[in-house]
Design a protein around this ligand. Structure first.
Ligand SMILES: [Zn+2]
Length: 128
């Protein structure tokens, strides 16, 4: 019966170790998830431009429609992306918070513009 008690102490240690390991793994996975470093800009369902998220200085990208008219202005700053100006009426895309993580996106429905953070390794190209 003493043996059982000893085991429970060992169990606690094992559980603690497992928890710490799992926690570290979670942090690691999270940091991987944050490693989105490309911004894909789509207009009307087609990729308009893919740019690197990380920039040394503030960068502005004009997004134009098929007639060459500027519909949205995207700003890359401090490893985040946001829409600074848009020609749409609702201005939802301008009000949207800046994005920086993979799969976060800003969509401007009236202008059919989508700005999405994608991973540098090009997950979509991988054959599953
Ligand atoms: Zn908009």
């Amino acid at each position: 019966m003493k043996r059982k008690k000893k085991f429970s102490v060992v169990d606690i240690v094992i559980v603690a170790v497992v928890l710490i390991t799992a926690f570290s793994a979670l942090i690691f996975i999270n940091s991987l998830g944050n490693a989105g470093n490309k911004v894909e800009i789509s207009v009307d369902g087609e990729v308009y431009k893919t740019v690197t998220l990380k920039t040394d200085k503030k960068k502005e990208i004009e997004i134009k429609d098929k007639n060459g008219k500027v519909t949205n202005i995207l700003v890359l700053e401090n490893d985040t992306a946001y829409i600074k100006w848009a020609s749409c009426k609702n201005q939802d895309c301008v009000k949207h918070n800046s994005i920086s993580k993979i799969d976060e996106s800003i969509i401007c429905l009236p202008n059919k513009v989508e700005v999405r953070i994608i991973s540098n390794s090009g997950v979509e190209d991988a054959a599953w």
